[in-house]
Design a protein. Structure first.
Length: 377
């Protein structure tokens, strides 16, 4: 038994309870209003959130949907991407990015990432373009913002649109512009563990294009703008009113919580700076990161993870199996070695606990246990 277990010490990977405690009274009032008004579908809280999140990002439109995967699919469909088209996306991402492409009958074309920040590499994207390329989907991974300004000329040259996956980047920016506002449209997720998380599944599409926003809303309402008049084969994907109540309360705190994340990330940088065998994450010039995840890279990652878990540290892996090596995408015909940077990172990435309410003592404990797991005195 480790000293951590003897002392009863543990550090969760994320502490949603602390967030809930902070917003509980506000949410209770909002939920009472929803039930008093019986405004369960598309109630005032949904419109309030859509308007508030659009203002937060400085974009014209936010359309709430059921989840982040739907958001990406609807953003692609509304952007004119159809079956048979190719969409370029990073090999280093959660599988939902590729699923959104596949669900509309389009073809996910993977590109490797840069070795420093593990974001989609614009040079690899340029190499992946074909006459069938219709969209490029950068992923703002781990709370960073991808290099969209370098992707824009590639997209323009081949007539493709840029649809951002902003599921991990609420409040992140590049050169002063928020992630999610750098392309034609963006899909985001409000899964509970995100920087802006609901109490269940939720998502949104954001865009400056009014017509595109209207198409997203129409497609997410069974292809209908008016009841029983269906102009396209759509789907049922709408932001739940109860989730909107939670999101409204959390959005009012998002800037503060993101600043706390940045301070916690800076604290890790100091605590782990001299620890041999650890590659620390870095912030790209021009980026203001929101540190959705604090991802280090170590040798013997699985052994280190096991030691941290035994010591009560809630670490994780994002992501252990690249998209092209999953069973779901075996049909792409891309075996080991296809994307060496992504595959090398997948063997060494380790996400440490980081959340707005993490304490200095908790971070010190994580650093101590990491040092012990690495066999350092």
């Amino acid at each position: 038994m480790t000293r951590a277990r003897i002392a009863g010490i543990s550090v969760p990977f994320v502490d949603l309870g602390a967030q809930q405690d902070e917003i509980a009274a506000e949410v209770e009032i909002g939920l009472k209003d929803v039930f008093a008004q019986t405004s369960f579908i598309g109630g005032p809280a949904v419109a309030e959130f859509e308007q508030a999140y659009a203002r937060f990002l400085g974009t014209r439109n936010c359309v709430g949907v059921a989840n982040g995967t739907d958001a990406l699919e609807l953003a692609l469909r509304a952007s004119g991407v159809t079956a048979g088209a190719e969409v370029i996306l990073p090999a280093n991402t959660f599988i939902a990015t590729a699923e959104a492409v596949s669900r509309i009958g389009a073809v996910p074309v993977l590109a490797d990432v840069d070795p420093q920040y593990l974001l989609i590499d614009p040079e690899r994207v340029a190499e992946a373009v074909t006459p069938r390329t219709r969209a490029i989907m950068p992923v703002h991974l781990f709370g960073q913002t991808a290099f969209v300004e370098r992707l824009a000329p590639v997209a323009a040259a081949c007539g493709a649109v840029i649809v951002e996956d902003a599921a991990q980047s609420q409040g992140a920016s590049r050169h002063g512009r928020f992630a999610g506002t750098l392309g034609l449209a963006a899909g985001t997720s409000f899964y509970p563990g995100k920087n802006l998380g609901a109490a269940g599944d939720a998502g949104a599409v954001v865009t400056d294009d009014d017509d595109l926003a209207a198409r997203v809303r129409m497609l997410g309402a069974h292809g209908s703008e008016r009841k029983y008049q269906h102009d396209a084969v759509g789907m049922n994907s709408r932001l739940d009113t109860i989730q909107a109540v939670v999101l409204n309360a959390k959005l009012r705190r998002l800037a503060l919580w993101n600043e706390r994340r940045r301070k916690a990330a800076a604290r890790y940088q100091e605590l782990l700076a001299d620890l041999p065998g650890v590659e620390l994450p870095r912030t790209a010039p021009g980026n203001l990161d929101v540190w959705h995840l604090y991802v280090i890279r170590v040798a013997e990652r699985d052994r280190v993870l096991a030691a941290l878990t035994e010591a009560g540290v809630g670490a994780g892996i994002h992501y252990p199996v690249p998209v092209h090596l999953s069973r779901a995408y075996r049909g792409l015909g891309l075996g080991p070695g296809s994307f060496p940077v992504t595959e090398r990172a997948a063997r060494g990435m380790l996400s440490l606990p980081l959340f707005p309410h993490i304490s200095k003592a908790q971070q010190q404990y994580v650093a101590d246990q990491l040092q012990a797991a690495l066999g350092q005195p």
